[in-house]
Design a protein around this ligand. Structure first.
Ligand code: ATP
Ligand code: MG
Length: 387
């Protein structure tokens, strides 16, 4: 029996007259995610139908679809004719594997073709009866069934399935503007990127790299994290900024307790330039209030002052264990905890200033050739495209 993938979406449905725009983005992103699997994609009635050239690719396709924002559920469905006798005969066969292991089940029917001669409760009764006949060990449990058999009678076919995996929700990437993620090698920034992309924002990343104080392997780790995030964003550019000289200059000329905060302000200023050059209109960081000395409210204020673009901090109110949970969920955690140094972990002051004053920090910055340092760093940017 022919099998396809049914994809359902959530919040897009609420978009009224703009809904087709959102649907088109979703289809475009699905197509990109299924690259190489030759999908035929059609949409109707808040559902996207995906017919792959090769049914053996369905599990791989479902795995990839579980990272496409905008999708709320994904099911592997059997395509049956719109005739109740045929539906009753084929359903137990199609769902053999699932139903022979279960003890309880129920049938739910949806009849979007109102011309179909049976109403939904009648479809449930007929199909339920056919299943009980074939699997006498099964009993019906309408409240907490182990398996729910869905029968959807739609325009041209009936679709039957009993397994549904959750999609990531959110809005299709590209339905909102582009932002630039400050991506470190840590746990927080990949999660911040994921959370921003989830709302439909396209992303590019910037990484500050302090060679030789941070190694090639640290860079590879960041690129591995970028790849994990890019599975949700449909590819991503990563701009690698040489940062060593700036750090050395700060260390040479500025008070030790201000090193981190001045470095953070440089990062923001450079990120803003990279953003503007690449059409991004906001910055995203993985900062969380109070997590480290540079993330006190005072320090965040001084950091924020360095730029005029809006800065999104989606994990601002999350505890570390909540961020870790999300990091595991998106598949980044194991990579994030690989033990390579980050540019923030070198040159850290012993007693960082947790309540920096903007005027004092600005006065220290006067001791540096800020503009020249920024321009030199920008001239050395290396851009890597993750497909
Ligand atoms: P993370 O897990 O994201 O590394 P963290 O707790 O280590 O977070 P910091 O090192 O203070 O925090 O950095 C705060 C934020 O600044 C990061 O979440 C990230 O957005 C940005 N950032 C830090 N280091 C870098 C870097 N080397 N390149 C790009 N962005 C960075
Ligand atoms: Mg970090």
């Amino acid at each position: 029996m022919k099998q396809i993938i049914l994809v359902k979406y959530g919040e897009i449905i609420l978009k009224g007259l703009n809904r087709p725009i959102f649907e088109d983005f979703l289809v475009k992103n699905i197509r990109a995610a299924l690259r190489g699997l030759s999908p035929e994609i059609t949409k109707a009635q808040a559902t996207t139908y995906i017919d792959l050239a090769c049914e053996a690719d369905i599990p791989e396709a479902m795995e990839r679809l579980s990272k496409v924002f905008g999708i709320v559920s994904i099911s592997r469905a059997y395509v049956l004719p719109k005739e109740i006798g045929a539906i009753c005969e084929a359903t137990p066969e199609c769902l053999l594997e699932d139903l022979s292991l279960a003890k309880t089940f129920k049938v739910e029917a949806k009849r979007s073709d109102k011309k179909f001669p049976l109403a939904s409760p009648e479809i449930c009764r007929e199909v339920g009866g056919a299943i009980c006949e074939k699997f006498p060990h099964l009993s019906v449990d309408v409240k907490t069934p182990e398996k729910t058999v869905m029968v959807e009678v739609r325009d041209t076919n009936t679709y039957v399935y009993c397994n549904k995996i959750k999609g990531p929700g959110g809005m299709p990437v590209g339905t909102n503007a582009k932002a630039l993620l400050l991506l470190s090698g840590g746990i927080d920034s990949p999660v911040a990127g994921y959370m921003t992309a989830k709302r439909g924002v396209a992303l590019e990343s910037v990484h500050f790299f302090s060679h030789p104080y941070t190694s090639e392997r640290a860079k590879e780790k960041v690129l591995a994290l970028a790849k994990i995030v890019s599975a949700y964003t449909g590819g991503m550019k990563v701009h690698i900024v040489p940062f060593t000289n700036i750090q050395l200059e700060i260390r040479k000329h500025c008070p030790e307790e201000q090193l981190t905060i001045i470095m953070r302000r440089f990062m923001m200023k450079i990120a803003e330039r990279v953003a503007k050059k690449n059409g991004a209109i906001a910055l995203v960081t993985g900062e969380s209030i109070g997590q480290v000395a540079s993330q006190t409210v005072e320090a965040l204020g001084v950091t924020n002052d360095a730029v005029s673009l809006p800065v999104f901090r989606p994990v601002i109110g999350m505890d570390k264990d909540e961020i870790v949970e999300r990091s595991r969920m998106i598949g980044a955690f194991e990579t994030s905890i690989l033990p390579y140094e980050d540019c923030c972990t070198i040159f850290t002051p012993k007693h960082p200033n947790t309540k920096p004053k903007l005027d004092k920090i600005k006065a220290s910055e006067e001791l540096l050739q800020v503009e020249t340092l920024i321009e030199e760093a920008l001239a050395g940017v290396e851009t890597i495209v993750i497909p």
